[in-house]
Design a protein around this ligand. Structure first.
Ligand SMILES: Cc1cc2nc3c(=O)[nH]c(=O)nc-3n(C[C@H](O)[C@H](O)[C@H](O)COP(=O)(O)O)c2cc1C
Length: 345
């Protein structure tokens, strides 16, 4: 078992990475169903939360069935992180996570997210302020450092543990790398093996298959892994990794029935949480991913993305079940999208 303060997680937990515009409640629900052990919200700006708590309130929506769940904050000054932590606390998440990893200019350029990696004293003061302001366990997610010449994650880990964080997730890239190149887990493994470090260390970056999850588990000895891009359109990765770690074998690829069931669940949760118009509209980008590999996928997708009534969409999903009955799905490699500076995130 892995413990983050008093939160008990199974051995080698699989964490759903916080992702802006992705890890909203509907998506979290399908990841939870498929084996994610710890969920995170999208990141929330401390300043935004304080300025307009009512508008930002939606981002704080969490539900009992999601437990354990962490709410992630980012922000550049000690006072606002303390106030925002107290606002977050009122919504009763299991933990509060601070983002010191976001590389995009609108965040890192203003000294928040990965920007804080350039000023370790500030990072320590911010974290200390957050830890003192809340009774929730505070965790941190960050990168290896600002750039190739300033990888300070070893010092970061020790100093943040000293001010009281309860777990650390490390994305094996620097800020300058954005999403380029391959994530380097060597330093992550080194931190895990530092005898001074006793908090759980979670590795993050480029996990896209059960085989890689096992390989990195063995090679770097981390307490668990956090998975981001590979979950988008493929929430089954969680259960596949679990199955593979337990048995050394791949489970059967997700069936047509399972793919349709995930579409339905995501759709229903979207309708509940976003309302009929946005719920249906935003669901449109999901169909081609969830239904990838089924016969005549393009045709079904083209029909689904123009429908405006939930019943019509459900009817097409019913039709897929009938026409694809008995079809055997095959595995296709997961493609990780590279996000760059000009991408919203
Ligand atoms: C669309 C998108 C949005 C993201 N938003 C956040 C965020 O809000 N907070 C955060 O800490 N990281 C964010 N990240 C980074 C991921 O949490 C993760 O660290 C990164 O994608 C590397 O993991 P992966 O290779 O498994 O995707 C985002 C990544 C993507 C692709």
């Amino acid at each position: 078992m892995v413990k983050i303060d008093n939160i008990e997680l199974p051995d080698f937990p699989l964490l759903l990475a916080p992702m802006e515009d992705v890890t909203d409640p509907p998506f979290r629900a399908v990841c939870k169903d498929n084996g994610a052990d710890l969920l995170y919200t999208e990141f929330i700006s401390c300043a935004g939360l304080i300025r307009d708590a009512i508008k930002m309130r939606r981002k704080l929506d969490i539900f009992d069935y999601e437990q354990p769940i962490g709410i992630q904050l980012f922000g550049g000054d000690e006072e606002s992180i303390a106030i925002a932590s107290r606002i977050v606390e009122t919504t009763n998440p299991d933990l509060l996570d601070i983002n010191y990893g976001c590389p995009v200019k609108k965040v890192a350029g203003k000294g928040a997210g990965a920007g804080v990696l350039k000023d370790l004293d500030l990072m320590v003061r911010l974290t200390d302020s957050c830890v003192k302001a809340t009774r929730l366990p505070v965790t941190v997610k960050t990168r290896l450092g600002w750039d190739e010449d300033s990888k300070n994650i070893e010092e970061v880990a020790e100093r943040l543990q000293d001010v009281g964080i309860k777990a650390l997730t490390i994305h094996g890239r620097t800020r300058s790398q954005m999403y380029k190149g391959e994530a380097d887990w060597t330093l992550i493994g080194k931190i895990k093996n530092n005898p001074r470090i006793h908090i759980p260390i979670f590795g993050n970056g480029d996990i896209d298959s059960p085989q890689k999850a096992l390989e990195y588990k063995n090679r770097y000895g981390v307490d668990g892994i956090m998975i981001g891009r590979a979950t988008i359109g493929y929430p089954w990765i969680f259960r596949e990794i679990k199955h593979y770690l337990q048995t050394g074998e791949m489970p059967p690829a997700p069936t047509v029935e399972e793919r349709v069931a995930v579409c339905r669940k995501h759709l229903r949760k979207s309708l509940e949480w976003k309302g009929p118009v946005t719920g249906i509209f935003e669901m449109r980008q999901q169909y081609s991913k969830y239904l990838k590999g089924i016969p005549n996928m393009k045709e079904y997708r083209n029909r689904l993305v123009v429908l405006t009534e939930p019943e019509e969409i459900e009817a097409v999903l019913d039709e897929i079940l009938v026409t694809c009955q008995g079809f055997e799905m095959e595995y296709a490699p997961i493609e990780l999208i590279n996000y760059h500076e000009n991408c919203p995130l």
